[in-house]
Design a protein. Structure first.
Ligand code: HEC
Ligand code: HEC
Length: 348
């Protein structure tokens, strides 16, 4: 059986076999024709490379422009309605709403020549002769007050024109200037010997939440508190901290330090200052904005005696639903006992 369906003619097969090797793999497409490449390969470089021979003066340009461009771009290239303006805007580049035109913004005349030659008039691209394009571009320069009305633009005079904003563009030299940043063989896996978690975002408090205690503008009016009258029965407890236990508690307190300070000059951080907390009424530290949960517990008369504090520290969020203290809790009773003793040593 034939490899080809019947409706493919012998010529088609011959043509298909004639395509170069690179197209064979997929059996798609055909090489571009020289005319097609020429129609696309028009670009003109800032130094004029790529320009065809030809010339045009301002007056001819005005005529062609009036006939083919002015409907949209205005008689003086000043634009009609919302169609682009091709002239004006000098000295507006540092304004909030700069007017970017060939005269004010474009760095190289070659871009103008290329743009007009390649894509205008809108809807009838590439219908202009080279001389017409030279003449139109001369007229656009004239409309921007960059040449006088005697000016003739040609492939020879082209390089005499420098657009005002030529210095506003700089060459992109990152390939050289930033070469040392680019690693030719970037590491894509196992790039770090070991990964250690040193802090948790939650504890660092990098995620702002509503009413965050860290937001200075949200700090609640200072609540009078520091020297709260200490409860009668708490005085006794606070009076006898065991030094060994206090030392142990100091270690445990490392777990609290990310959020709480104690001692002279202690300041509220993520959590309130804990000076004199043992035996104190809940939710009364100065300059701290407590959660609703803590405030209502305080309103309900909660006092941080050892038992309440021990229960709180074991499982803060179970003990007090809605507390802001995002701390899992202390697992060991000995730790709780020790940290309480440590806090007792800061009775003031
Ligand atoms: C039917 C309306 C129309 C006509 C006619 C027309 N243009 Fe345009 N022109 C446009 C539009 C629309 C754009 C913007 C195109 C875009 O941004 O892709 C433009 C953009 C331009 C630009 C670039 C402006 C800029 O700052 O980005 C130039 C230069 C230009 N035209 C020149 C001409 C010339 C020269 C002619 C006559 C040969 C012409 N145009 C005819 C509609 C027109
Ligand atoms: C991630 C931060 C964070 C950690 C860690 C933390 N706390 Fe707290 N703590 C808070 C916040 C926030 C509050 C206020 C709770 C509220 O308003 O609901 C608080 C409240 C308290 C209170 C009540 C204070 C008062 O004025 O009523 C005590 C006591 C307390 N923490 C002790 C501790 C101890 C002891 C540790 C360590 C074992 C600890 N916290 C660990 C954030 C923390």
């Amino acid at each position: 059986m034939s490899k080809f369906p019947k409706f493919i003619t012998a010529t088609a097969v011959a043509a298909a076999l004639a395509v170069p090797v690179y197209a064979e793999g997929f059996g798609l497409g055909r090489p571009a024709m020289p005319e097609e490449i020429a129609a696309w390969d028009l670009d003109v470089a800032p130094d004029g490379t790529g320009l065809p021979e030809g010339s045009g003066d301002v007056f001819t340009g005005e005529e062609v422009f009036a006939g083919k461009c002015a409907v949209c771009h205005g008689d003086f290239a000043e634009g009609v309605g919302n169609w682009p303006k091709l002239a004006g805007g000098q000295d507006t580049l540092d304004h909030d709403d700069p007017l970017k035109t060939v005269g004010s913004y474009w760095p190289y005349l070659s871009t103008t020549w290329d743009y007009v030659n390649r894509s205008m008039p809108f809807g009838d691209a590439q219908s202009l002769s080279a001389d017409e394009v030279y003449a139109i571009v001369a007229y656009i320069l004239y409309s921007n007050d960059l040449v006088d009305d005697e000016f003739v633009l040609s492939n020879e005079t082209f390089k005499d024109v420098e657009l005002p904003n030529a210095g506003g563009f700089i060459p992109d030299d990152r390939l050289q200037a930033e070469k040392h940043f680019w690693n030719p063989e970037p590491c894509m896996e196992n790039c770090k010997d070991s990964v250690e978690i040193t802090m948790r975002a939650l504890v660092l408090d990098v995620t702002p939440d509503e009413g965050s205690a860290n937001a200075p503008e949200e700090t609640a009016p200072l609540q009078e508190a520091a020297a709260q009258p200490v409860m009668e029965d708490a005085v006794e407890v606070a009076a006898v901290p065991d030094p060994e236990l206090v030392a142990k508690g100091e270690k445990t307190f490392k777990k609290c330090k990310a959020c709480h300070q104690v001692g002279d000059g202690a300041k509220p951080k993520t959590g309130p200052v804990l000076n004199g907390i043992i035996g104190a009424p809940a939710g009364h530290a100065e300059g701290f904005r407590y959660s609703k949960a803590m405030k209502s517990a305080a309103d309900g008369g909660l006092v941080w005696d050892e038992a309440e504090l021990a229960a709180f520290l074991a499982k803060p969020r179970k003990y007090m639903k809605g507390t802001k203290m995002s701390f899992a809790g202390l697992k060991k009773e000995s730790e709780i006992e020790a940290v309480i003793a440590y806090l007792q040593s800061y009775s003031q």
